[in-house]
Design a protein around this ligand. Structure first.
Ligand code: UD1
Length: 417
């Protein structure tokens, strides 16, 4: 297993290009099941989760050919309706095949994702919505078995604005009979990206990006030819790195409208934010102000940036309260940051971070995707050497992370353990 070795303490400076968004690309890949294709998806990041999604499509019978950041998917010969446990276990977004398979073929068998490091993460709202659309759902030996002759439009209220649930139901509704209205829908930019791709396929959708999405089902959809939106979480990770190292980093393709909560918090911290042409620049302050954050569904502060922001707050000049309100167990990075000298205590869903003058390099272990990113940031700002093991978590979500950081002047390398 590879490790990352970081010699910290350098100011980062320069410009990086943001890759396509993993969380937008995954539902787009599964949306190819809605029409026979061939589909083409470009600006696809090369990541482990994307390969897993492509493997799952291939297992279902799709022809998948990927090259140079784009993929061609032909879904005319889908001959299996099953997302097996070993794939869903490694990537829970595999449950997004449920809506498309059910809508186009009237049946699907998908392993229940089970728990994961950041909490229980059930899919009850996905299932409740599909049942409201007339699907019959049974649980059988850890699998969800769903059937429907044809899904029917329905009015569905989501108790939580679930991102995956909104995507699954929006995809299912595109081929249902009649109109589906999703209330309290997720408003994440990735939902808007998926809706745009579906509109291009001939779907009828209104309101994506608001909390009420209305979908009028059609008889059939055409193949998509679509470019994935830039990754706002990857962009945010580089911008926080600028703030932590008193550096100046520009993210090319970083879209400021997708990152308003983060950018306004970075300004409160003392950083300067500016957009020039297609690049979003952050200049880090000499002294980092401590600010409070609470994660929320979009447009609130994203839970996927909480760990990275905590690494920044570890170097604040006061005390910061960080409340995680989306997932129940998303503070695994705390113990590792403490090993690097951070002063953090947790009570319930809130971490109290007392800023320290400097972090100290240490051997640490990555525990999940965004937690790993926070350790990289801490390592870049710390004195001496930080050695991060179990970085396969990072490879699920960041394309060429160490290469990109090196281009900004970081001393970071990947070594075989
Ligand atoms: C997506 C993102 C993930 C991000 C999260 C929240 C992808 C591939 N992943 O995950 O990076 O952290 O949104 O922004 O896009 N819940 C239920 N019942 C359900 C569904 C969800 O109780 O049926 C709960 C979850 O346990 C969690 C909360 O709702 O506490 C939010 O989850 P959700 O928005 O569904 O996240 P994901 O789509 O899994």
């Amino acid at each position: 297993m590879d490790k990352l070795i970081i010699h910290g303490g350098r100011r980062l400076a320069g410009e990086v290009t943001v890759s396509g968004a993993k969380n937008a690309a995954l539902p787009l890949l599964f949306a190819t099941l809605l029409a026979p294709g061939p589909h083409r998806i470009g600006n696809l990041p090369r990541l482990r989760d994307i390969s897993t999604a492509e493997r799952l499509l291939a297992e279902l019978g799709a022809e998948v050919e990927s090259s140079n950041g784009s993929v061609r998917v032909a879904t005319a010969q889908i001959n299996s309706m099953e997302a097996p446990y070993d794939l869903v276990r490694t990537m829970r977004a595999s449950v997004l095949v449920l809506g498309p398979l059910l809508a186009r073929y009237g049946r699907a068998r998908v392993s229940l994702p089970g728990g994961c490091a950041i909490g229980a993460r059930p899919i009850n709202l996905h299932l409740k919505g599909l049942e409201a659309m007339g699907a019959e759902i049974h649980l059988d030996h850890g699998y969800v078995e769903a059937r429907a002759t044809r899904l029917q439009g329905a009015r569905i209220y989501l108790d939580i604005p679930t991102v995956g649930g909104t995507e699954n139901l929006m995809m299912a509704a595109t081929l249902a009979k009649g109109v589906t209205v999703l209330e309290n829908a997720a408003r994440e930019p990735e939902i808007v990206d998926l809706a745009k791709a579906l509109l291009g396929m001939g779907a009828r959708i209104e309101g994506a990006g608001t909390d009420t999405i209305s979908i009028e089902g059609v008889e059939e959809l055409a193949p998509m030819d679509y470019l994935v939106m830039p990754d706002r979480i990857e962009a945010g990770t580089f911008l926080v790195a600028a703030a932590m190292t008193a550096g100046r980093v520009g993210v090319k393709g970083g879209c400021s409208e997708h990152m308003e909560a983060l950018l306004s918090k970075l300004e409160e911290v003392g950083a300067t934010v500016a957009t020039e042409a297609q690049t979003l620049w952050v200049t880090g302050p000499e002294e980092i102000n401590s600010v409070n954050i609470k994660t929320q569904p979009h447009p609130g502060f994203p839970t996927d940036m909480q760990a990275q922001f905590m690494a920044l707050m570890a170097l604040g000049k006061g005390t910061s309260m960080i409340t995680e309100a989306v997932f129940e167990n998303r503070f695994m990075h705390v113990c590792e940051l403490q090993r690097m000298g951070a002063d953090i205590s947790i009570e319930g869903h809130t971490a109290t971070v007392k800023g320290v003058a400097g972090l100290l390099g240490a051997p640490v272990m990555a525990t999940d995707l965004r937690a790993s990113a926070s350790l990289v940031l801490a390592g870049l700002a710390a004195d001496n050497t930080t050695e991060i093991s179990r970085i396969y978590h990072l490879d699920r979500g960041y394309e060429k992370l160490e290469e990109k950081f090196r281009s900004l002047g970081a001393d970071i390398e990947r070594v075989p353990a």
